[in-house]
Design a protein around this ligand. Structure first.
Ligand SMILES: Cc1ncc(COP(=O)(O)O)c(C=O)c1O
Length: 396
């Protein structure tokens, strides 16, 4: 049993993020890829582990002013940050472009963003290092034709340092061959930009969208699938004609395995012949692909595990006042009792930040970090959300 699974060591509901697992995972990814690939952690996946990420990965991808502030609070310097995102607040960009500590890269997602960055660079007489994001057909980035026009324009502008392109089409890729197809198209686009715009692309920032199987309980099967994706990514990168720097931006593939979500069973009952276990957390606190209506049951363990001689199958429900708050529909791994803990692995990415955490005004869970020596520290206490869900004058 892990230290944090013991009731005396942490109060549920909570997340526990293991920094050494985060580092181990990034090291595994690096070792699986061709030499020279630069790694960038998309911090939206988990802002609590950015320090551990920065020990192993070169860069962080930052998509909002809030994320930027978190980096600053953690002492992470601007030269480790790629400033990304479709809504770049002009005042925030002003702060960043005029900063004496230069930002590593800015992505450009539209003609409007290009105009903003250009005008700020001129105003402060500085140089903005830019990556143009190419769309995959959704609201992100821009058409390749527009990118080519803007890249050609930036050629004559001493204030724009055109570094290259960014491409991310989506997360949870279902097949490794999709990565091969995407990289081959990006490679062709790089050739076209060089030929048409007369500029050399020095950097390709690519998000492979590697999948994490939240339902898989067999570690060998999980590792085999992961290995297949990483090997394909390796070969596709090695086959590129592009000979500049490849930066891989990833969120869940780096962070998922470092996290555990812990809850406690607070009630058990049988309603019309069905066994229900009510836990002190809920789906507002653990969000992962395929969890809607518990269609994809997540991996989960009960601690302690009791014999289940009757073969009772549980519906595990959270604390929200909605019939939708079901985490697992057919949990039969253990008999459940009030006070048992349910341990959800692979909760290190998005689970915490994507949930509907304000619903029902329940508290935000505690967060614990585990360091390399296995020491646990409470790094965020429970936060009351009642104050956020009421008129401001009532909080005064
Ligand atoms: C631009 C960009 N890059 C990378 C990522 C990380 O994706 P993943 O968690 O699939 O690695 C995201 C996630 O939304 C993203 O928007």
């Amino acid at each position: 049993m892990k230290n944090y699974e013991r009731a005396e060591n942490c109060i549920t509901p909570c997340y526990v993020f293991d920094e050494s697992e985060m580092k181990r995972r990034i090291t595994t990814i690096r070792e699986s890829l061709p030499d020279g690939v630069v790694l960038c952690f998309a911090m939206k996946a988990n802002p609590f582990v950015i320090k551990a990420a920065c020990d192993e990965a070169e860069l962080l991808e930052v998509c909002s002013e809030g994320e930027y502030r978190i980096c600053r609070h953690n002492g992470i310097s601007n030269d480790r940050l790629t400033i990304s995102g479709i809504n770049k607040d002009p005042e925030h960009m002003r702060e960043l472009v005029s900063s004496p500590e230069p930002i590593h890269r800015f992505t450009v997602e539209s003609a409007t963003q290009f105009a903003l960055l250009k005008s700020l660079a001129h105003e402060f007489d500085t140089i903005v290092p830019a990556l143009f994001r190419i769309t995959s057909g959704n609201q992100f980035g821009m058409d390749a034709a527009l990118a080519r026009r803007l890249i050609a324009q930036s050629r004559g502008d001493a204030h724009i340092d055109f570094r290259g392109i960014q491409f991310f089409s989506g997360t949870q890729k279902s097949s490794p061959s999709r990565i091969v197809r995407e990289l081959s198209k990006v490679d062709a686009l790089i050739d076209t930009i060089r030929e048409e715009c007369g500029v050399k692309i020095r950097e390709l920032e690519y998000g492979p969208g590697l999948p994490v199987d939240y339902g898989e309980t067999d570690e060998t099967a999980r590792a085999a699938r992961d290995g297949e994706f990483l090997a394909t990514l390796h070969d596709a990168l090695a086959a590129l004609r592009f000979d500049g720097t490849v930066i891989l931006e990833m969120g869940r593939a780096m962070a998922a395995s470092c996290g555990t979500y812990l809850t406690t069973v607070v009630d058990v009952k049988e309603n019309r012949g069905h066994s229900f276990a009510i836990i002190d957390g809920g789906k507002h606190q653990i969000s992962y692909y395929g969890h809607e209506l518990a269609l994809t049951p997540p991996a989960c363990r009960a601690v302690p595990a009791h014999d289940n001689p009757d073969g009772t199958v549980w519906t595990v429900c959270g604390s929200l006042c909605t019939a939708n708050d079901i985490l697992i529909k057919q949990f039969d791994a253990s008999a459940l009792e009030i006070g048992d803990r349910l341990v959800f692995p692979n909760a290190g990415a998005y689970c915490m930040t994507e949930g509907i955490s304000l619903f029902l005004s329940r508290d935000l869970p505690r967060v614990y970090l585990v360091d390399g020596a296995g020491t646990m520290a409470l790094v965020r206490d429970r936060i009351e959300t009642a104050r956020l869900n009421t008129c401001q004058e009532q909080n005064a």
